[in-house]
Design a protein around this ligand. Structure first.
Ligand code: UGA
Length: 303
């Protein structure tokens, strides 16, 4: 098959691109290399494949001849209040509208990377796809708006869109602003880690290889919305204890106030994706964190 991957030099996009290529697919990889974090890290993520620089908010995608688009590009991070909001509107909403427009015109299927943050402090746990969305971060609001655009394009132009709500994805190459990336870096360097809030906030943390398997399989799914979440929920304090144990080190914690936009809890109900795609997260938090620690400690030790 011939696929286009957006955000291909990012954390999840780079793993997905490598997996699709290894599976014998032809992949056109694009990324805008924004400065949200060091573009050199993205160059490193994409070292194994060709990636073209393209800003989806400005440039059209030529999609004729493709079998599908994995649209993973976006402005990430839930701590997104203030003057940065315009970037979220541009890089999530505007860019995605243009991708859907091109895909609908070319009659190409889209798998869209949405987020558990559309649920906000959810009305029930574990949270199924039909729970009332009530995002509490500007980021979550833009992702929810993108989902609604997918619905509008499906209704009006027959767009086939599969929406995946990823739950806090982690593993090697995790975005450097995310909690585990900061923790493994702090452990490897003997530096402090700033913990926001009481550390009892919890997540359905989801290992990146599991997310990639769900994403690749979603290209053949019935159009609709699916949670992609790890099986076991953990608090930040649980995860820190596990990382201390796998690294054999002690983390220096600096306690900070809770961050605006952060939800207290996420817990994925994954029955829909299990029954439709036979997908289930297979990696335990301990195994996933060990892999992330090994990756980060080797990198920090490298000259
Ligand atoms: C993550 C991603 O950053 C979002 O892009 C994604 O859409 C979202 O998951 C999702 O699942 O929808 P988040 O759960 O906040 O968001 O992931 P982390 O950045 O890894 O934060 C996890 C927890 O650690 C949060 O409670 C956060 O407040 C805390 N944290 C984060 C710290 O205590 N210190 C830090 O330096 C960073």
């Amino acid at each position: 098959m011939r696929y286009l991957v957006t955000g291909a030099a990012g954390f999840i996009g780079s793993h997905l691109t490598e997996t699709l290529v290894a599976g014998g697919h032809e992949v056109v990889a694009v990324d805008s290399f924004t400065d949200y974090y060091d573009p050199a890290l993205k160059e490193e993520n994409a070292a194994a494949f060709e990636v073209s620089r393209l800003d989806l908010a400005d440039e059209d995608l030529a999609l004729d001849g493709f079998d599908g688009v994995f649209h993973l590009a976006g402005q990430p991070g839930v701590r997104s209040f203030g003057t940065v909001f315009g970037e979220y509107v541009r890089r999530n909403l505007l860019a995605t509208q243009r991708v859907f427009e091109s895909a609908a015109r070319a009659r190409v299927r889209v798998v869209f990377a949405s987020s558990s943050s559309i649920y906000g402090d959810a009305e029930r746990y574990p949270t199924s796809e039909d729970a009332q969305p009530s995002p509490i971060s500007p980021y979550g609001i833009t992702k929810l708006a993108c989902e609604q655009l997918a619905y509008a394009y499906a209704k009006s132009f027959g767009l086939e869109a599969v929406v995946l709500r990823y739950f806090t994805v982690y593993g090697p190459r995790q975005r450097p602003d995310m909690a585990f990336a900061r923790i493994v870096d702090a452990l490897a360097r003997g530096a402090p880690f700033e913990l926001y809030g009481d550390g009892l906030q919890s997540r359905s943390f989801t290992y990146v290889a599991d997310v990639v398997a769900a994403t690749a399989a979603a290209m053949d799914a019935n159009p609709g919305v699916y949670n992609v979440g790890g099986g076991a929920e953990a608090t930040m304090r649980d995860a820190i204890a596990t990382l201390e144990q796998v690294s054999g080190r002690t983390l220096e914690l600096v306690e900070k106030p809770a961050a605006a936009g952060d939800v207290r809890r996420t817990a994925a109900d994954t029955r829909r994706i299990e029954s439709e795609l036979g997908w289930r997260a297979g990696t335990s938090v301990e195994d996933g964190l060990r892999a992330q620690w090994e990756w980060a400690s080797v990198r920090v030790a490298a000259p």
